[in-house]
Write a protein that binds this ligand. Structure first.
Ligand code: AMP
Length: 425
């Protein structure tokens, strides 16, 4: 029986993994430049953690979680990273050790959604969280960091959308205003939205159903019910973004799909590449109540997550990868022992090496060196062996010279380091 991967869950094969690594390295570098340290939390958490933090009446909790019973524990494969990070922050009393905590994470998330381009059931997110800073300057810097990262990756046509969801009191007022607005038009809403009206009217605003969208278009704006402190916070965010010269649009209906957001919420989208409808690269916002709800002291927090698959779809295909590494061709079995020691010496200098140990013909070895994208190639035949030299070929410039055994490792390093630096590897 031939097995296939589970629907919506993808393999990343070795021809694709260099792009993944480039993205992950760029993210990690950017996060560290902004003062974030890595946190790694389990892929499985107690189901209740997600229900409490993400919210019972959300798409994720209602229908997208991979949940299972293991003995007496109700467990779930994490659908996002913030709940687990915050659980760890509270569990390890990190707040008692540092006033502000900046964490980043990277890893697989799981949601049982309908798979399509840019939407999968196992997908990778990289994200950042800040605990202990009420913003709004931290919020603006977080957005700016993301925009900077996307630009570095060559992703164009970026749009930053921001909104403020207010604090708890504002949210309550807004719920009431929405209920009042939607109730007389309940018949025009989808069945799902009708059900949500009594429980969580905010969710109707991000319904994908055109019927709901038509009604929601006239709904009151969250920005009209913000209290003075919320409004000041939002103005502070806009001022800081202006100071950073980061363009944005205000979208009063941007609520995002998770219930925990307070005040700042934002999305970064791109029209570039092959994204299509799933064009939100990253989304985030404040969740000033979550630490306390999960049993810690009242601590403001903000975070974002970005989907790596989507960013890869938006990233331009980089120019042909630069040649790097060295292929060693021993011709004849007498040359093999020396070839193996040269291979070890070159690797010790940090250069990738493949040495033919199968006694293949010169022609097929040349083909392999080329398909591996090697920069250098060492040919060692019986004549060279007797004279203590090798032929060193530069496969990019198509030149060849004779180099002694004592100098070969250093010469290969010099050749390959130059090409790696030029390629930014
Ligand atoms: P969220 O955790 O829902 O706020 O989503 C944050 C980001 O994660 C989105 O902007 C996407 O880039 C990515 N994302 C969310 N769900 C999926 C999915 N099912 N497949 C791929 N990427 C996703």
């Amino acid at each position: 029986m031939a097995f296939r991967a589970v629907k919506g869950m993808n393999d990343v094969l070795s021809n694709d993994s260099p792009r993944w690594q480039r993205l992950e390295r760029a993210f990690q570098r950017q996060a560290r430049l902004y003062g974030y340290e890595e946190v790694r939390t389990p892929v499985v958490e107690h189901t209740d953690l997600f229900v409490r933090s993400i919210g019972e009446v959300t798409d994720v909790v209602e229908k997208e979680m991979y949940s299972f019973q293991h003995h007496r524990d109700a467990l779930t494969l994490r659908p996002e990273g913030t709940a687990g990070a915050t659980r760890a922050y509270v569990e390890h009393k990190v707040y008692a050790r540092e006033t502000v905590t900046r964490w980043y994470y990277l890893g697989p998330m799981f949601r049982a959604e309908r798979p399509q381009r840019g939407r999968y059931r196992q997908f990778y997110q990289a994200g950042c969280e800040i605990y202990g800073d009420p913003g709004p300057v931290a919020d603006a810097e977080m957005i700016d960091m993301l925009v900077g990262l996307f630009r570095q990756l060559g992703i164009g046509e970026l749009q930053v959308a921001i909104n403020s969801l207010g604090g708890s009191a504002t949210r309550q007022r807004y719920r009431e205003a929405l209920t009042e607005y939607f109730t007389p038009q309940v018949g025009a809403l989808s069945a799902h939205a009708q059900e949500r009206l009594g429980k969580n009217p905010l969710r109707i605003l991000d319904s994908k159903d055109p019927k709901d969208q038509a009604v929601a278009a006239g709904a009151p704006s969250m920005l009209d019910v913000l209290d003075d402190a919320d409004r000041e916070h939002f103005d502070g965010l806009k001022r800081a973004l202006d100071a950073l010269e980061t363009p944005y649009v205000v979208e009063p209906r941007l609520v995002r799909g998770l219930d925990y957001y307070t005040r700042t919420s934002f999305e970064i989208r791109s029209e570039a590449g092959e994204l299509g409808a799933q064009n939100t690269l990253a989304g985030g916002g404040r969740y000033d109540n979550m630490v306390e709800e999960l049993g810690g002291p009242a601590t403001p927090a903000i975070g974002f997550a970005m989907g790596l698959e989507r960013i890869l779809l938006a990233m331009p295909e980089s120019a042909a990868a630069d040649r790097a590494g060295c292929y060693i061709m021993p011709l004849g079995s007498a040359a093999l022992p020396k070839a193996l020691t040269i291979a070890r010496e070159v690797r010790a200098r940090g250069v990738r090496v493949e040495c033919d140990g199968r006694g293949q013909s010169l022609k097929s070895q040349m083909r392999r060196a080329d398909s591996l994208g090697m920069r250098a190639c060492i040919v060692l035949g019986e004549d060279e062996l007797s004279r203590g030299v090798v032929q060193l070929k530069d496969l990019e410039k198509h030149t060849q010279r004779e180099v002694s055994f004592t100098e070969i490792a250093e010469q290969v390093r010099a050749l390959c380091t130059v090409s790696a630096e030029a390629g930014g590897a």
